[in-house]
Design a protein around this ligand. Sequence first.
Ligand SMILES: [Zn+2]
Ligand SMILES: [Zn+2]
Ligand SMILES: [Zn+2]
Length: 444
Amino acid sequence: MIHRLNQPDYDRWAGQIRRTGGCRQPIHLRGKVEHYDQATGHLLHRFSTSTEPNGVLRVACKTRRASRCPACAEVYRADTYQLVRAGLVGGKGVPETVSAHPCLFVTLTAPSFGAVHVRREKNGKVLPCHARRDAETCPHGRTMSCTDRHSADDSRLGEPLCPDCYDYDGSVLFNAISPELWRRFTLALRRRFARLNGLTVKALREHVSIAFAKVAEYQRRGVVHFHAVIRLDGPDGPGSPPPSWATADALAQAVQHAAAVVTAEIKPLSRTIRWGTQLDVRPITMDGDLTEQAVAAYIAKYATKAAECVGTLDRRIQPLDDLAALPVREHARRLIAACMRLGSEPGLADLRLTHWAHMLGFRGHFSTKSRRYSTTLGALRSAREEHMRAEQITTGRLALFDEDTVLVIAHWAYAGQGLSVGEQLLASAITGQHPPHLGGPDDR
Ligand SMILES: [Zn+2]
Ligand SMILES: [Zn+2]
Ligand SMILES: [Zn+2]
């Protein structure tokens, strides 16, 4: 820290850190950008990292994972919020009339893979976990009952009553196949909605399009479920109203049907994977129980979370890792072991379970949306970069040229990533954030 503070180019370094927005693990780039006049070939402006601190430019890592970089994850969360919200009430290029389109908030869950410790509340009182008068004894001699009233932070929540009975294979296979199950759900939904209105899917497209935005959330038991916004538009997307016969009720019926019927086969194991029976379908309204702000905030919150809440690792598991020595809870260890074992079966190679073992088998995107839901994260980013560019021009880092007449030649090379422990402390002071716990840059 003292070393960095005493560098003659400290101010310049601090400026770079400020521009990364307090990124905890900035990427270091070495290189240069040159602007040439296309007509004369004259060099108009040159920016090289050779005069920057340590000869590198530090740029934000842009991760969405809050466990890796809180600053960048916050940017991602805020962008996701804007994106979801624009699809509900308009803005960011989406007309406000979209708020009148029928719209549902749907939660699709995984089936049960065995009884787990749960916290249930009724009228503000916590109920016993699994109170059974004549509870069965499982083949491993465990009584399948738990009369504890678990507190919200009880580490047993989500863990099986009997780990030896629990279907770990089913759990990781569900995670692995869930993106495909979701895809099939959207197709089945369109088919059912068309049929409810006496149309073919092709004919439906001339009147109605169905837009989605969804986010995956890990439940404590280590399995993902999906929260989705599903909206009815006219044939030209959010700018066109759906016909009056395309109602939220009909959409809800189609959702119920599609969620119940879709399946995905794991052929080598002769297993059929389907959604759980717990399905939540609620209309989103401007003034009802479920407002658009609540939905957008909810989806954005989960967009920056991964599997770490289950107590797994925030990094890939390497083939030489000793599973027994990993600093994880026993339930997560068993899920990871199931991934490693099934991942080595040739017939299941497509699921890439070994590669995604630290995610307990899930390899899908955390937040996705259909093309015409609203704006894109890319559009939000480029709007922000345009703003940053204007700032850099006024501070002399970038010259102001007409894009059409100037040739830009850029050479960039990756030159590492991260900050030293001392630099992390300085960076939090500069950007007004909480300092990280002092584990060093590699303790991720
Ligand atoms: Zn970052
Ligand atoms: Zn319990
Ligand atoms: Zn058992």
